[in-house]
Design a protein around this ligand. Structure first.
Ligand SMILES: [Zn+2]
Length: 340
C-alpha cells in the first residue's frame, strides 16, 4: 500500500471521489488522528488532487487546524480555490495571525490570493511565513510565488551514465569555470531545467547543485555562464569551517537522477514521500519551508526554488541540499541545511 501512516493504523482506500468524501467526513468529525488522515491527503495530492476540489471551501472554512498536510501537498489540494476561500482567509488574518491561514492562502495561489497575501504583509502580517514558503512580497503589487506548482520525484540511479540528462558526480571542471580557485569541490547533481515544467528561463541547459568542502551548513552563490559552468562562487553563512582537509573520493557515488511525476507508486508516510525506495528529493514545488530562502545578492529578489535533495544523493555532509535561481541575474544559490 503506498499509504503508510506514521501512526501505525492501517490506511483506508483513496481510489474514488467517494473515498475522498469519507476522508473529509473523518476530518470534520475529528474521529481519526490528523496525522493518519494527513498521509491519505498527501497521497491524494500526489495522485488525484482534483478530487479534493469540492471540499476546498469546507476545509478552509472550519477544518484547517486539523488539516495536517505539508505545504507542498496543500499547494496541490487548494490550488485555484474559489475567491470565497480567499475572502475567508483574508478576513481571519485581519482579525488574528495564524500560520494555517497564511499557508492556505499561499497554497491557493490565485491572483486574488496573491493580492490578499500582499495586503496581509503590508498590514503588518508575518512576511517570514510567506518568504520561507517561497512567496515573494514586492514593495508594490501582488505577491509572487518563486516556485513551480509542478513537482517531480527525484530518484537516484548509481552507475556510469556519460550522457545522463541529470548527472550525479560530475568532475568539478564541468561545474565551475576555474576549479583551481573555486571553493566548490563536490558535485551533487545537475538538473536539466526543461524537464521540470514551470522553472524560469535560464542561459544554460542545466544548473548544478554542488558543495564546498564544508560538511556543515552553507550557502554558495554563483553566476552561470552560457556553457552552464559557474563563476564568481562565494560561500556565505558557513558553519565554522572544517579543519580537516577535503578528502572525499572524486569517483565516489557517480550516477544519475531520474525525474518522475508524483503518483500512486510513491510511499506516502509522515507527511512526505522520503521513504520511497530510491527517492532522494523533489524537483519543482515549493522549498521545504523550514529555513529562510536566499535572496539574490545582486537584485535582492527572493530566488526561485528549483530542486531539493537529500545529501544522500552523493554523500557529503548530512541534510537537505537545495538549488535556487535568479533568472534576471543568471545567479544560483546552493544551500546546505540540517534536517530540522
Ligand atoms: Zn537577481
Amino acid at each position: 500500500m503506498p499509504i503508510e501512516p506514521v501512526t501505525g493504523e492501517p490506511p483506508i482506500p483513496v481510489d474514488s471521489p467517494e473515498d475522498v468524501a469519507v476522508l473529509v467526513e473523518h476530518l470534520a468529525r475529528g474521529d481519526r488522528d490528523p496525522a493518519w488522515l494527513g498521509d491519505h491527503f498527501a497521497y491524494l495530492a500526489g495522485t488525484r488532487p482534483q478530487w479534493f476540489q469540492p471540499y476546498q471551501e469546507q476545509v478552509v472554512d472550519g477544518l484547517l487546524e486539523r488539516f495536517e498536510v505539508a505545504f507542498d501537498d496543500q499547494c496541490q489540494l487548494l490550488a485555484g480555490a474559489p475567491d470565497a476561500c480567499v475572502q475567508t482567509l483574508a478576513r481571519r488574518l485581519r482579525d488574528s495571525q495564524d500560520f494555517h491561514d497564511a499557508l492556505a492562502l499561499s497554497a491557493i495561489g490565485t491572483g486574488a490570493a496573491l493580492t490578499a497575501i500582499a495586503e496581509d504583509v503590508r498590514n503588518g502580517g508575518d512576511r517570514e511565513i510567506y518568504e520561507d514558503s517561497g512567496i515573494r512580497i514586492p514593495s508594490t503589487g501582488p505577491a509572487e510565488p518563486r516556485f513551480s506548482p509542478h513537482r517531480r520525484a527525484v530518484f537516484l540511479e548509481p552507475g556510469d551514465f556519460p550522457d545522463a540528462e541529470h548527472p550525479v558526480g560530475l568532475p568539478i571542471d564541468r561545474v565551475v569555470a576555474d576549479p583551481s580557485s573555486s571553493p566548490v569541490v563536490w558535485h551533487y547533481l545537475s538538473l536539466r531545467l526543461a524537464d521540470v515544467p514551470g522553472l524560469p528561463a535560464w542561459p544554460a541547459e542545466r544548473a548544478h547543485l554542488a558543495a564546498p568542502a564544508s560538511t556543515g551548513r552553507w550557502t554558495v552563490f554563483a553566476e552561470s555562464g552560457a556553457d552552464g559552468r559557474y563563476h564568481g562562487e562565494q560561500v556565505v553563512d558557513e558553519d565554522e569551517p572544517d579543519d580537516d582537509e577535503f578528502t572525499d573520493e572524486p569517483d565516489f557515488g557517480r550516477g544519475r537522477v531520474l525525474l518522475r511525476p508524483y503518483g500512486p507508486d510513491l510511499v506516502y508516510s509522515n507527511g512526505h514521500v522520503h521513504t520511497t525506495p530510491g527517492l532522494v528529493g523533489t524537483a519543482g514545488g515549493p522549498p521545504i519551508g523550514l529555513y529562510p530562502n536566499p535572496s539574490c545578492p545582486s537584485c535582492k529578489r527572493l530566488m526561485f526554488h528549483a530542486v531539493t535533495v537529500s545529501s544522500m544523493v552523493r554523500e557529503h555532509g548530512d541534510g537537505p541540499r537545495s538549488l535556487y535561481l535568479c533568472e534576471d541575474c543568471q545567479t544560483v544559490a546552493m544551500t546546505a541545511t540540517g534536517w530540522n
